[in-house]
Design a protein around this ligand. Structure first.
Ligand code: ADP
Length: 435
């Protein structure tokens, strides 16, 4: 560039010297110099004009303006810069096209929205699964197209650790699992997965368990009935049969308890969300359960206390709430040694209502805690024979709470007792029954 400049300067000076000499030859050297300078200025103005024209739309023609001297070099450099820019742009466009093609080929629906939910881009599967239309839905708010209230609350809550399951707004037979991720400036990447098949299999499993349980209940009732009669007339039986009958009666009542819990769990699982607006009086419900727990404790003489603070009416299904609370309180009795303390409290704050069941029992090793609500999971399998539990209690609690928009928190340490807390959202709390 330095060289070009000095050449340009030399040529300009030579040109000016030429016009001055020509002027001198004619007797007007100053006019000659002025004419040379004027020609130089005009030429430069013309080059600037060409440059401005070309910069206004560099890609309008394939040709770049040509010139001599420094302007020629400038035009050539700008041309090269423009070519490089075009190449980078084409490469980026090809890459974006490829990403779009691959996301279009995905079976999952993918949607990009801004922070407020205005739709910016979506793939073909999103059109099929959610019924979006390319021409009309661009820029629309996604919750105006997916009108399920649960979706709007999920979108606004910004807590996307767990996915959301909804029916497709366009094809109600399709069951979708929605997962949202945040990116950029609070923008959202929404992935909608078709889980209809999984849902059907889950439904089949539930129906199967529920049908088998119902079918087994009648024969088992007959067997238990006969065993009870035999136990009542045990003195008429030969001695070796008496023990056999006792064992059979114990096992058949365990099976009855198991079937009752299986039926209860499948009923709670299939009842979905309880939007029941019937107020349940937590105070009287828990007081009754604590009374039953004292009877269960019997000779073990646990000290069972119950305290209530704040509004104690909850919108929900009393039957399910009773199952959940009694499982927790009866577990506390089962897993706490004689004379132990069990304190049950109901409290409310700005996060909602909380029922805590705290015991002074053996506690649970923290490695078991995440899995305790799985069906038949036992922290200490050797002990469950003594407690007579079915292994379904905490699964029942978990599902009953899900149906009430609640969640179960378990705090425990080996040797330091356990605390099970049922958390309910504020929307579920009410002052009292409306008359
Ligand atoms: P189970 O019928 O075996 O009691 P649950 O589902 O009610 O089944 O409980 C699952 C497991 O959680 C129990 O087997 C027990 O190991 C543990 N558990 C539940 N409640 C308590 C408690 N209050 N203290 C200690 N362990 C408990």
């Amino acid at each position: 560039m330095q060289q070009n400049w000095s050449r340009h300067l030399r040529h300009t000076l030579a040109g000016l010297a030429g016009t001055t000499l020509a002027g001198l030859y004619l007797g007007y050297p100053l006019y000659g110099l002025t004419a040379g300078l004027a020609a130089y200025v005009l030429w430069n103005l013309y080059q600037i004009y060409r440059l401005a024209q070309w910069l206004a739309d560099p890609n309008a023609t394939d040709e770049t303006p040509e010139s001599i001297g420094i302007w020629g070099v400038l035009f050539e450099k700008l041309h090269k810069l423009n070519q490089r820019h075009l190449q980078i742009r084409d490469r980026l466009r090809a890459r974006i096209d490829r990403i779009q093609e691959s996301t279009n080929a995905m079976r999952d629906g993918v949607i990009m929205t801004d922070a407020r939910g205005a739709m910016e881009w979506w793939n073909g599967s999103a059109e099929y699964l959610l019924g979006f239309r390319r021409n009309t839905d661009q820029g629309q708010y996604i919750y105006n197209l997916i009108r399920t209230p649960a979706f709007k609350s999920y979108f606004d809550a910004k807590d996307y650790r767990e996915p959301l399951e909804i029916h497709s707004p366009a094809k109600p037979h399709i069951h979708l699992q929605i997962q949202i991720s945040l990116f950029g400036d609070d923008d959202r990447l929404i992935v909608a997965k078709d889980v209809t098949r999984l849902h059907q299999l889950e439904q089949m499993r539930r129906d199967f368990v529920s049908n088998v349980s119902h079918e087994m209940r009648t024969p088992l009732t007959v067997i238990s009935g006969y065993l009870e009669t035999l136990e009542d007339n045990a003195e008429d039986l030969p001695a070796k049969w008496q023990r056999a009958v006792n064992t059979m009666a114990t096992q058949s009542s365990r099976m009855e308890a198991l079937i009752t819990d299986l039926i209860l769990l499948s009923r709670i699982e299939t009842s979905e969300h309880t939007d029941s607006s019937t107020p349940t009086n937590i105070d009287s419900l828990v007081r009754q359960i604590c009374q039953d727990a004292r009877t269960l404790s019997g000779e073990n003489q646990h000290e069972i206390t119950f305290e209530v603070s704040g509004p104690h009416f909850l919108k929900g299904d009393e039957y399910q709430l009773r199952s959940a609370f009694s499982n927790l309180i009866f577990n506390a009795v089962k897993y706490t040694p004689a004379l132990g303390r069990i304190s049950v409290t109901w409290s409310t704050n700005n996060e909602g209502g909380h029922l805590s069941v705290k015991d002074s029992g053996a506690g649970i090793d923290e490695i078991h805690i995440p899995r305790l609500t799985e069906r038949f999971y036992r922290a200490d399998p050797s002990r469950h024979k003594d407690t007579g539990g079915t292994g379904l209690g905490l699964a029942i609690v978990k599902h009953a709470l899900i149906n009430h928009d609640g969640r179960l928190e378990i705090r425990s340490q080996l040797g330091k007792g356990s605390e099970f807390i049922c958390h309910f959202p504020t929307e579920r709390l009410i002052e009292g029954p409306t008359k």
